[in-house]
Design a protein. Sequence first.
Length: 688
Amino acid sequence: MHEPTFLVDLALVLGVGAVTSVVARLLHQPSILGYLAAGLIVGPYIPLPFFADPERIQSMAEFGVVLVMFALGLEFRVAKLVRVLPVAGLTALLQMSALIWAGFSLGRLLGWSVVESSFLGASIAISSTMVVSRVFDQRPVGRDVREMVLGVLILQDVGAIALIALMTAVATGGTMNPKDLVTTLGWLFVALAGMLGFGMLIVPRAIRAVAGLKSGEILTVFSIGLCFVLAVLAEQLGYSVALGSFLAGILVAESGHSPAVEKSVQSVRDMFAAIFFVSIGMTVDPRQAAESLPAALLVFLVVVVGQFAAVSVAGVLSGNGLRRSVTAALALGQIGEFAFILGAIGVSAGVVDVALQPILVTVAIGTAFTTPLLLGAAPRLVHAVDRLLPHRAQWLLGMYESWLSRMRRALDNPRSSRKVTRALRAIVFDTVALDIVFALTAALYEPGGDWLASRLSISAAGGHIAVIVVAVVVAAPLVAGLVRNANALSKLAGESLLSSAKGDAAVATRIASHTLRALILLSVLLGVGVPSVAVLRPIYGGPYFALGLCLLVAAVGAYLWRNAGAMASELRSGAEHLAELLSRQSAHDEPITLEEPTLPPGLDAIVGLTLHERSSAIGLTLSELDLRARTGATVLAIQRSPAQVILPTGRERLEAGDVLAISGSRKGVVEAQRILLAAAAEVSRPTG
């Protein structure tokens, strides 16, 4: 009997993978689950008459990592990132940072080392593009939700590259010691800068010259050859092959021929990517997976709950509305291909226990199954979240999206746009510089303190205090800059509302302006604080920075809550006057346009809509209709002769002849009218 060969292993992996991927597709599941199942079948842990050599498959699997990262580099476009930043920038930043922090904290709670906990946090921070694409095919969502989710995924890809670079440095150094980590990251930066700088001089010109030969075969071979050369170079320098191949993709893209190269390598990439996922499945020992099931369930909960909370909050603060944000959060609640790449980096470097891979596989499978289920329940979950919110928070969310739209229009002129860009750049610079100061303080606390003690002839404790004093002196102007620029950004936002203040609406507009400023400050605080907490948590160990951030968020939240209460009072006053106007009007078959200048800004359109006797809304409560969560529009008053309902709570049951005063953004009001009128038209449509 012949010994198994490379060819036999390849035939087994691809043959079994083909069958299991078809089965996965027939079961309406992502193909990645089929490849993981194939790995279990041909792996060494299940006694089946199919066995492939793990070492040989691992060698082939590395080709998949190289080609996937190469293709990602080919697709990298700065213009694409700029386009999705306004919609998904804050959401992606908070989502990744929160999951990194939560994963690390869970790892430490389970007794894992700092390095293992860091790899866990990085692995669960990136959602799966493959799973999301498959789920959207099965359960189509609105265009606005799809744009938000795809925008987050694009930014996550960039974040995944940064995480691969960072975790490669951690794996190389084998420690999260601040001093060693700073040194390793410094050398990594030098290596990447050198490869990019030197490559920019040669690679784009070479690709253009090869493309001039008009041979697709030669262009494909040359591009893939270059990809593997840079991957090997990165490995020789002590870094991951994924980094080298991604840089190769960026360099080839600079030639302008990336579409042709991407098309030519797609089939090869897909084949070896499948082998990579099969190799991950081969590493899973079912007995070990069963033993680590409690840990996997905890990670599963962190992923689902953490994604839901982070994306929902960040999406709302970005002005995407409750329905859009919650639905996007449910769609992104899984881990995928980058989790396995990051886990493989740690395992292959020997700094992470092999038990991490079964945990990641279990969580990936579990979240791939729960994502379509949760997305299918999105309308009910949106409704539940909306009902749990306090009334003043409901009114606030109903107007905040409109405020941001107005702010963007007001800041659309070049002068204001430059101010916003300058403030954001300064905030990013100050944040990064401040994090570096904190990291260097931790790295230099012991050696720097001892050196200062010897030079100044003071005690060791005095030397350590001197290090802290120096850090405070250096950090003070950075903190001042952060506060100044965050305040400038919020002031610009507030002025966008104040510019429209007039007459009786001036008081309400000023309150709305202060409320918007508080929301912008809260967004900046979370956008700065959550990533910083995620970065500094492994370096300092304790949750000190997280506690400090919570206190600051609580202070801003208290100020925001007070302003929201004042705004709700103004809203009630305006709604009472609006109800008086409705009471003086007779019912109309068509929507009534109302002019009401005393309401806070954000309620740009106000209409009175009469419910017909055969309207499908009759007998339902506003909470059951869920207009606010679905459209962002709010029912301010109900005229019901002889009574009036001011600022309905949602429990009121609608009756025939009710006149609803609906207000909100123009888009939201139009959508609310469409829902109500379409329902009435459907009921009253002639039959026969």
